[in-house]
Design a binder for this molecule. Structure first.
Ligand code: IPM
Ligand code: MN
Length: 359
């Protein structure tokens, strides 16, 4: 089991360290190698995704990723910005299926900005297509008007596109995931306006014929955004494109109380995967030791389950996380009156203590 460790920038290094502590008490043998990515790699090697980092990721069974980005890189040319590292990894490893579960833990029901009765017991799985759509469509760029009225560029454009095989494979992933849950899929699109997403709806409907035991519903993305805050518990598996999935998954994250709790998995057809918290590098709190490491620790659990075939170990980590929450330990992002505020390291130590007690 070979794991590439890519902590990245900001709080990335702090939270990945806690996940590594948890992995170390599982009595499993991992081959681990760490490399720089994002802004950290740009500083050290002049590129956010250096050749050796990409090679390491490609050769590993799984990648444990922290986060990338910092405001100080906003002025760099786009290909050198930290975000290009994660986009490059997704594209190069063909990590087309992004799983973003939004689970509201019982203990955190009151941390959500929504009323407790709306979110209590919430368990949604967003499946976001990750290597297509307007994120990667060509052509893209800037150009000046044909009559040359302006000196610089005076328009910019991106291309939204999906091919049939791209939609088919993510639809299969969604229907198969639904079979392991409540056999319900909601496909989110904008078929009323966009040709790309009318095609998406048509292809998802075709693939559905192979899954007669699963219920399929279609919804426009604007309505889906509304339903997510109106009655989120009616939703189960949501499958959507790259752009809509980016937006809806942040929205869903907020239902659960804190984005600091949400893991994610990005998989390719070989079940090789990249595992990262759903949140970013949070430069505003980097180095302060207050970031919530639980999303990364839970991402490590997803890694054990999906790429390393260690379901038992995954469940041990998840149980340890539930136990520390039940004990009342909270990082600042999920703190509420009557609970105990802890820092990043203390939270990681508490998870480790529970893992050791289980064993
Ligand atoms: C995410 C992030 C990325 C995305 C950025 C950092 C490129 O927002 O993983 O959701 O837009 O996909
Ligand atoms: Mn995002």
């Amino acid at each position: 089991m070979k794991i590439a460790i890519l902590p990245g920038d900001g709080i990335g290094t702090e939270i990945v360290a806690e996940a590594l502590k948890a992995l170390a008490c599982l009595d499993l043998k991992f081959e681990m190698e760490e490399a720089k990515v994002g802004g950290a790699a740009y500083e050290a090697h002049g590129h956010p995704l250096p050749e050796h980092t990409l090679k390491l990721a490609k050769e590993a069974d799984a990648v444990l990723f922290g986060a990338v980005g910092d405001w100080k890189y906003d002025k760099l040319d786009r290909p050198l910005r930290p975000e290009q590292a994660i986009l490059g990894l997704r594209k190069n490893l063909e990590l087309f299926a992004n799983f973003r579960p939004a689970i509201c833990y019982e203990e955190l029901t009151h941390a959500s900005s929504l009323k407790p009765e709306i979110v209590a017991g919430l368990d949604i799985l967003i499946i976001r297509e990750l290597t297509g759509d307007i994120y990667f469509g060509q052509p893209r760029g800037r150009r000046s008007s044909p009559d040359g009225a302006f000196k610089g560029a005076d328009e910019a454009f991106d291309t939204m596109r999906y091919s049939r095989p791209e939609i088919e494979r993510i639809a299969h992933v969604a229907f198969q995931a639904a079979r392991k849950r409540n056999k319900k899929v909601l496909s989110v699109d904008k078929a009323n306006v966009l040709e790309t997403f009318q095609f998406w709806r048509d292809v998802v409907t075709e693939v559905h014929a192979q899954y007669p035991d699963v219920e399929l519903e279609h919804m426009y993305v604007d309505n889906a955004a509304m339903q997510l805050v109106k009655q989120p518990k009616r939703l189960d598996v949501i499958v959507t494109g790259n752009m809509f999935g980016d937006i809806l998954s942040d929205e869903a994250a907020m239902l659960t109380g804190s984005i600091g709790m949400l893991p994610s998995a990005s998989l390719n057809a070989k079940n090789q995967g990249l595992y990262e918290p759903s949140h970013g590098s949070a430069p505003d709190i980097a180095g302060k030791g207050i970031a919530n490491p639980l999303a990364t620790i839970l991402s490590a659990a997803m890694m054990l389950r999906f790429s390393l075939n260690q379901e038992g170990a995954a469940q041990r980590i998840e149980a340890a996380v539930k136990a520390v929450l039940a004990k009342g330990l909270r990082t600042a992002d999920i703190y509420s009156a009557g609970t105990t505020k802890v820092g990043t390291k203390e939270m990681g130590d508490a998870v480790v203590a529970h893992l050791k007690a289980q064993g």
